[in-house]
Design a binder for this molecule. Structure first.
Ligand SMILES: [Zn+2]
Length: 547
């Protein structure tokens, strides 16, 4: 599971004690042992947290490919191999080689790296950008939601300045989508730079704290293909900026309204502040150093049996990468982020689903692909690369289930299928669940914006009916989720020391199998429902199903 740079996620630090683990009799002890074997290997300390581009991740990839081989699946990566090597670039600002000079009405305003910051570029080693600024409200434009914060504004060649977040009242998954694509909207309007303001509520830093440079020390990472195209390409948009709380106010000096007035309006119900021109001109200079590397997607295929449907693909995927080693831990502390549940658990249960297909002795009608993604934790990068450079015709991918971070810590009796109410994938999930006594529950944590935070989202935005599947809140799940998100998520504690319920793990693998089997064998491919926002937005000409 990935943190988007645009989402301020209120992960509740709740100290709810874990529910006492019940001990149900194993449903299928052989399946439980298989899944346990996969998770114990993938979450082993020796793999050092499976960071993208590390040896640990590549060993994990080799393990997954070996499992696919032993099941008799076909390699479906590049050149007949199990792998698609994703070309990645890590971009870092060269120290001392960046500057942002500001003038207002021809007069220089002193700024430093503590006032205005910028992100390194994946496509331009040297940047020289001179531009004015325009405030664009929340920076949203979406016809279906009747939003156009750019109406009447000319932002071509300008740096747009947007409020963080989205106005209250939007459906949560749509709000999450709109909130994470503001830079694309800015680019579509011809802007050269994007600056999203903080929420203005950051607590003041202690007087003795060292000042915080806004010149990003964190590298930018994305794929850059052989043709030089990057997953970060946003047309005209060349720079992503940030501003300190104090500087954010100053950007509005001399404009028709102050930032304080804008924030006050934004805080009233239903309000959407309108944009206007700002006075400052920025002269941005930056030098970026690049480091190129590769990391594998692991891709297998079980060919379909139906002469008419076998050319179509149902995809089951889960990310194999995790966040690697912690860099700022106290001496002697555990620094290995094993990612046992995030997402060794998803990959292990995907392999178990593949096993169930093979063990059934009956090939699916459509072809089924199994993909262990890389770069998910860095921003869904492997899935995005595969989606834009698929090893099968893009149009042949007709449905997708993403397995990310199932909490296999309790005997789950429900699942959450993010995106399920948008397409007929919902029916497959409901039917498969019903056959095993598992209910499908609505999203119990909309504030987490999970719909846009995992690999399936890269296919949703390419028009593929796709869902993200996770274990639900029933039967002790809620307490487990709150404890996990508050204390364990993305820490070294997501390891094999957790009380993993291996019977639940086996059950989850079986559920994955039944869902993908149902999608692969159905007469009709998955369809978006009529009037669904994401279907209308990203697959406007595809046939529709009625609910
Ligand atoms: Zn994660």
């Amino acid at each position: 599971m990935f943190f988007s740079r645009f989402l301020a996620l209120p992960l509740a630090a709740l100290s709810i004690a874990a529910a006492p683990a019940s001990q149900p009799a194993p449903v299928d002890s052989a399946a439980a042992a298989r899944v346990r074997g996969h998770i114990e290997f993938l979450a082993n300390d020796l793999l050092e947290g499976r960071g993208t581009g590390t040896r640990g991740h590549e060993i994990a990839a080799s393990y997954v490919a070996s499992q696919f081989r032993s099941l008799g699946l076909q390699p479906a990566g590049e050149n007949g191999s199990w792998y698609q090597w994703v070309p990645l670039r890590r971009a870092t600002l060269v120290p001392g080689k960046s500057s942002i000079a500001m003038t207002v009405g021809g007069k220089a305003v002193a700024t430093s790296e503590y006032d205005l910051g910028l992100r390194p570029s994946l496509t331009e080693k040297s940047r020289a950008i001179d531009a004015g600024m325009v405030f664009v409200g929340y920076g949203l434009a979406d016809a279906a939601m009747k939003l156009d914060d750019y109406a009447g504004l000319d932002v071509r060649g300008k740096i747009v300045v947007a409020l963080r977040g989205t106005p209250a009242g939007l459906p949560t998954e749509i709000a999450a989508h709109l909130g994470t694509t503001k830079d694309e909207v800015a680019a579509a309007h011809g802007a050269v730079g994007f600056l999203e303001l903080g929420n203005g509520r950051a607590p003041p830093r202690p007087a003795n704290a060292p000042p915080l440079s806004l010149y990003s020390k964190r590298p930018s990472i994305n794929w850059v293909d052989a043709a030089g195209k990057s997953g970060s390409d946003l047309g005209s948009l060349r720079v992503s900026l940030s501003a300190s709380t104090a500087m954010a106010e100053r950007l509005f000096e001399g404009a028709t309204r102050t930032l304080a007035a804008v924030r006050k309006e934004a805080a009233t119900k239903g309000a959407r502040p309108r944009g206007f021109a700002l006075k400052p001109l920025l002269a941005i200079r930056s030098e970026t150093a690049w480091e190129d590397f590769k990391s594998p997607e692991v891709i297998a295929k079980l060919p379909g049996s139906d002469p008419r449907l076998a050319a179509e693909h149902i995809v089951l995927m889960g990310h194999l990468d995790h966040i690697g080693l912690s860099t700022n831990a106290k001496p002697g502390a555990d620094i290995i982020n094993n990612g046992a549940l995030d997402n060794a658990a998803g990959v292990a249960t995907m392999i178990e689903a593949a096993h169930a297909f093979v063990a059934s002795g009956k090939r699916p009608r459509r072809s089924v692909m199994f993909i262990a993604n890389t770069g998910e934790e860095l921003g869904l990068l492997g899935a995005d690369y595969f989606a834009s450079h698929p090893t099968v015709p893009a149009a042949s991918i007709v449905g997708l289930v993403d397995l990310d971070m199932p909490l296999l810590l309790y005997p789950f009796t429900d699942v959450i299928a993010f995106g399920a109410d948008r397409s007929t994938v919902a029916r497959a999930v409901a039917d498969a669940g019903a056959s095993m006594g598992v209910k499908v529950s609505p999203d119990p944590m909309p504030q987490e914006s999970i719909f846009v935070r995992s690999d399936h989202y890269r296919f949703v935005t390419r028009g593929v009916p796709a869902i993200l599947l996770m274990t639900g809140y029933a039967n002790g799940g809620e307490a487990q989720w709150k404890n996990f998100l508050g204390k364990i998520y993305h820490t070294p504690a997501d390891d094999l020391g957790q009380k993993i319920d291996w019977a639940a793990a086996a059950k989850y693998g079986e559920l994955n199998y039944r869902i993908s089997r149902s999608l692969a064998d159905a007469d009709q491919r998955p369809l978006w429902y009529q009037g669904d926002y994401f279907g209308d937005r990203f697959a406007p000409t595809a046939p529709r199903a009625t609910r």
